[in-house]
Design a protein around this ligand. Structure first.
Ligand code: BEZ
Length: 238
């Protein structure tokens, strides 16, 4: 019994898996995940606890950027192992009292899941007992419009997330889907993108002899230009 329970705590959905389903109570009413978000990307993220400073800085930043993510067809859903009334009290305190990085009077409008039972946290491997047995680590799941886990990032309790990277990863994955390309290290819209490696000797030879619109360092490493405005036009709503 003990080992079954421990195993459950360590279950982490993998890239390419269907996002585990759950029903939850949130600060914006009940949700069914991921079915309520069909057709949209979702960033499902956990934080250790309400009324803690790093989490407060992150929530203010998420709320400040909510519209920017929504413009890229992405909703935000938060979670901690706290109850609904704690969540409500914390979000009210943030709005009424807290300033951070030039932000103040910040209203968190996206759902924050109450997960006292840890049911969702366990399904998503958000409890990592070496770090804390009672608080969720800072997990981030990118779930695509078909309900598939596309990326996950985990941070320890002490480390606030980098929101440029969360947004960059979202746009990069959407760019890969839309244009059938991959994105190299530190890619941002406007940078060259990578085309799939040659799958035959003939294509490898072609890559090294034809110039066309490709720039090939070698037969396996070819990039092409992808216009920033085109990327943003295809991905952003406005
Ligand atoms: C924080 O959000 O400030 C925090 C939460 C848990 C452990 C350490 C820091």
């Amino acid at each position: 019994m003990e080992s079954v329970q421990l195993e459950q705590q360590f279950t982490i959905p993998r890239i390419g898996d269907k996002a585990p389903e759950f029903k939850a109570v949130t600060t914006q009413g009940d949700i069914n995940f991921p079915s309520d978000f069909k057709g949209e990307w979702v960033i499902l993220f956990s934080h250790p606890a309400d009324f803690t400073p790093v989490c407060t800085s992150e929530f203010m930043t998420f709320a400040h950027l909510e519209e920017k993510f929504a413009n890229a067809n992405c909703k935000l859903v938060g979670l901690s192992i706290d109850g609904l009334y704690s969540h409500i009290a914390w979000l009210r305190t943030i709005k009424e009292k807290i300033s951070f990085n030039g932000m103040k009077n910040i209203e968190v409008k996206f759902p924050l899941i109450e997960d006292i039972s840890m049911e969702v946290a366990k399904k998503y491997g958000m409890i990592q007992p070496g770090e804390s047995k009672t608080q969720a680590v800072r997990a981030v799941f990118f779930v695509d419009p078909k309900g598939i886990v596309r990326a996950l990032i985990y941070y320890p309790l002490s480390l606030g997330r980098n929101f440029d990277e969360l947004y960059r990863a979202l746009i990069a994955m959407q760019t890969s889907d839309k244009f059938n390309v991959a994105t190299p290290a530190d890619w941002y819209p406007g940078n060259d993108v990578i085309i799939s490696p040659a799958g035959s000797c003939g294509v490898a030879e072609e890559r090294m002899t034809k110039t066309d619109d490709l720039q090939c360092e070698d037969w396996f490493f070819c990039t092409k230009k992808l216009d920033k405005d085109l990327v943003l036009k295809e991905i952003l709503k406005k």
